[in-house]
Each structure stands twice: as structure tokens, then as C-alpha cells.
Ligand binder design. Structure first.
Ligand code: SME
Length: 187
């Protein structure tokens, strides 16, 4: 449960009137435009509007994964791994092909992000010791720690790309700002 709900009035039912969000019906109106380079500021505002009043982390993760995944054609897999026990991650909401179900903190890029609490930007997954290949097409990856309002690690956000060196520090800082806004209630 999110520490301090995003209580600025009931939001989702009004999503149809929010700038940048077209329609509410599942389908092409929402979460579209694969041929775009993400505009983090616009997507951040859409996510804030869509998640207003929401406290449930799974609902928040599902919305973030969907909005990010369809905003940039570098993002071939976009999803969360949740901390379900000490040193253990389990898959959460995601977009894209199959995702491995369970990852111990000791393994993979996701484990490294959870273990160190640091963003992992991996230009070449084949050069990352212990990388877990859920899809053979993945060439590069970014994984970010997700913390709640108390600063507790609750998950990691993992984005995979079929392109080499697809991510940079700009992605890292913009994604961190979105995660802080949604899960930590940061302004
Ligand atoms: N590659 C990740 C595992 C998750 S898949 O990419 C969805 C890792 O090494 O931790």
C-alpha cells in the first residue's frame, strides 16, 4: 500500500478530459504510438492524472508499465519486479513478451538494482555478468529501484530493448522522477 495516497480528488473517472490522454476505452485510444520517442514530461503528467486517488501499488504499476511501454519504440519489454520476501523479487505488472517469474537479489540486472539500490544502465546485456535472458532478442536494459514514501524498496522497474545501448542518464533521471512522483508521492 502506497505510503500517503495520491489524494487530490477522484481522478480516473475523469481521465477522458485529461490533456494527452485520449479516451478511456481499452484499445488504441490509450497507450498507443509505438513510433514515438518518449516525451517524459507529458507522459509523467498523464500518469499523474491517471493515478490520482489511487493507493494500490499493483494498479499504479500496471498504469506506469502501460503508459511507458507504448510511448517509445526502444521499449520492447517494460515491467516491474516486486519485493515479495527478503532478497526475493517476483514479477508484477508488465507489457511485452514473457517475463521470468522469480529473481533473487543475487542474480541478474534486476537483482543488482535491488541489492545496490542503484539504477543499472546496461549497454550490452551479454557483457553483464549474471544477466538473465527472458528474451533472446534483448540487447540492452535499464533497471531502476522503486521506493515508497518511507524510502522502503518495494520493487524495481525493468525496461528491455532489442537495440544495443538504447538507454542513457537522461532516461535514468526522467524515469526516476516519474517513479518518485507515483510511488513516493514526490511533487
Ligand atoms: N533481464 C533481467 C530479467 C528480467 S527480463 O529482462 C524481463 C535481469 O537480468 O535481471
Amino acid at each position: 500500500m502506497l505510503h500517503g495516497c495520491r489524494t487530490r480528488g477522484a481522478g480516473l473517472l475523469l481521465a477522458a478530459n485529461i490533456p494527452g490522454v485520449r479516451g478511456l476505452a481499452p484499445g488504441p485510444g490509450l497507450c498507443q504510438s509505438r513510433h514515438m520517442r518518449i516525451d517524459y514530461e507529458t507522459i509523467g503528467k498523464s500518469i499523474d492524472a491517471l493515478t490520482e486517488g489511487e493507493c494500490d501499488n499493483v494498479a499504479l504499476m500496471a498504469t506506469v508499465a502501460c503508459e511507458l511501454h507504448h510511448a517509445d519504440d526502444r521499449f520492447d519489454w517494460t515491467g516491474f519486479y516486486r519485493v515479495v520476501a527478503p532478497e526475493l523479487l517476483k514479477i508484477g505488472p508488465y507489457q511485452g513478451g514473457h517475463g521470468c517469474l522469480v529473481i533473487p537479489f543475487a542474480r541478474g540486472v534486476c537483482g543488482a538494482a535491488a541489492r545496490t539500490g542503484q539504477v543499472q544502465v546496461v549497454d550490452d546485456v551479454d557483457a553483464f555478468p549474471g544477466h538473465i535472458a527472458c528474451a533472446s532478442s534483448t540487447r540492452s536494459e535499464i533497471v531502476l529501484p522503486v521506493r515508497d514514501g518511507r524510502g522502503t524498496l518495494i520493487a524495481v522497474l525493468d525496461i528491455d530493448s532489442n537495440r544495443p545501448a538504447a538507454f542513457d542518464d537522461g532516461d535514468a533521471s526522467a524515469l526516476t522522477a516519474i517513479l518518485d512522483s507515483v510511488f513516493r508521492g514526490a511533487p
